[in-house]
Design a protein around this ligand. Sequence first.
Ligand code: IVH
Length: 704
Amino acid sequence: MPQDTNSHISEVGRRINQLRAEIARHNRAYHVLDNPEVPDATYDQLKRELADLELAHPELSADTSPTQQVGAPRNEAFAPVTHTSAMLSLHNAFDINELRAWHERLLRRLDGRSPGSFAVELKLDGLAISLLYEDGLLVQGATRGDGKVGEDVTHNVCTISDIPTQLVGAPKQLGPPTQLGPPQVPKLLEVRGEVYMKLSSFEAFNELQQKRAEADGTKAKRFVNPRNTAAGSLRQISADVTAGRDLSFYCYQLSFATGGPQLDDHTSALKWLKTLGFPVNDHNRVFASLPEVETRVKELAEMRHTLDYDFDGIVVKVNDLQIQSELGADAKAPRWAIAYKLPPEEATTTLTDISVSIGPSGQATPFAQLEPVFVGGVTVGTATLHNEDQVRSKDVRPGDTVIVRRAGDVIPEVVGPVLADRPANSSPWVFPRNCPVCGEPLARHEGVAATHCVNFDCPRQIRGRIEHFAGRNAMDIEFLGEKNVDRFVTAGLLNDVSDLYRLDFDKILEMPGYLEKSVNNLREAIEQSKSRPLANLIFGLRIPEIGQVNAAVLAAAFPSIRQIMKASVEALTAIEGFGSVTAVAVHSWFATTRNRELIDRLEASGLTLEAEQSATTVPRTLANASVVVSGTFDGFTREAAKQAILSRGGKSPGSVSKSTLALVVGASPGAAKVTKAEAFGVPMIDENAFVDLLASGELPKGSR
Ligand code: IVH
């Protein structure tokens, strides 16, 4: 269809104006208020759309457009600082092809001359800072501001311990120097880098905010992410506030130096800055060719979520300073560098409703139903809201536009609402009074965050108990599965775990979708489960405090369920590794009539309630030895590893001590355990050595 050109242009013009206004609003929220309304990815998208429209319609471009500006207006509360050279931004590459296109452009600009080597660095997610030193003393710290003029935040910068106030080799006196330091200390030096907040500091800070609010009886202000917190913390009127925020710093650029050594490339410049006392990131590397750069980019991308700070991309820089200056910059960013952006982990979407799901033990968890949104590499339609307090502190409401975050393999979460887009008629969400499954009242106990359905007969809990009982680590009933459990409970065939052994298979055969063969398989699997080891049965009963390890301990301490039933609290407390809480939990479970009747029914159905003879034939290779297990393993669960230790006469406590025989280390072990093992000289062994240890009781040769 031919289009009316004039009306099309005016439509484009309207969209351009709309985008400019919206981007200007976001710029202010981000740079001045340190309180962005939308995630970076949404902002990037708006800017891209505007840049594309301006490119297609040059007649509508304007110098005042946000595409022509770097950063945003300054906060008037700080003295202005005119930068010695513009603090530019970086052009972005959103995939490997865009990185290659940047490389092609370099080659074209250099008329086929080689750009030389490339420096590859993390793109730290904080805020840019310029630091000025005279005769080795810090005299000024300034934010980027609009790129030309920034804000003087010297008083705050001085509180960041990573930032040297005095360079290594500078004369050691306060006030104006009376003599020059050693020759390597430059007369004048400007360094640029990123102020950021470590993830651990961010979490600690949010926790502190929460505690303070609880103490004052006020509502805690939750900080959304480390970047905004770092930016807000640096731009404080009072340095005392900044000092309490535990900010960090990495230096990524030598802006200029007078009186320093002759430097030919960026890497040497950073090396020199390191000798002067500036922190330089350990992951910086140099490569001779683009394919090597690409490999490193992928490597670094995989390191996301393994560090104690956020990075949102990888910066690739031409290393040679002469070639850098030949390539120069455009209005926004240098041509000699590019930021390879990692996929966004935050996105905005509409929260259509808040529902409550009931877990297998009755826990009532609120969750957000979302307009599906692509974030962190997957499409997300729901996100947990954890508990009532979290919904209240985030104050998210049905109808809100919300920021959703999914970082790595972590389950998606709602970060908070975009208040500017909140519908006028919205009101705070209220936790339902009744269980959505059984309709009975929900309960929340004083001082506890979780809400529960306390109806023992709630169908969700009945299903939960049966699923647990049939699970692989308990009675291991093949062919049962959650779907069947759900159907059988709904059909009234299953009310508790003992009903499994009285299942009416004829009725099941009458149900749609069940064939003779599958029903026979199920019958067979249930029959086989009757002779599972005592420890599996005990674990399957889901007695409070009794996980797999404690179940194994109980099974080793008593020859049968009937004996456990008769045991006093004192006898139970006397079990090695059992505290009084566990002992009381076991005692009261077996004292409850409903549970005693369940045991009677299980016995009547032919289940083995006694410890099997074979259990005692496992060699006691670890008698009285203490072996701690940490991390995840390929061949077994951590619980199974502990059980294996216990069944060989050993102990497997939760922490390392001087008397620990060995620490078994799997993937992602606990840092505290590893540190303690190192401190006490406790040998650390891998999965294979552990299997040998179980068999022989011997540690591998050469381990301390
Ligand atoms: S080099 C001319 N290197 O990213 C700009 N910047 O989006 C030279 N950033 O404002 C910057 N890590 O605050 C450079 N390793 C790194 C960086 C980095 C983070 C920030 C910097 C800059 C922003 C551009």
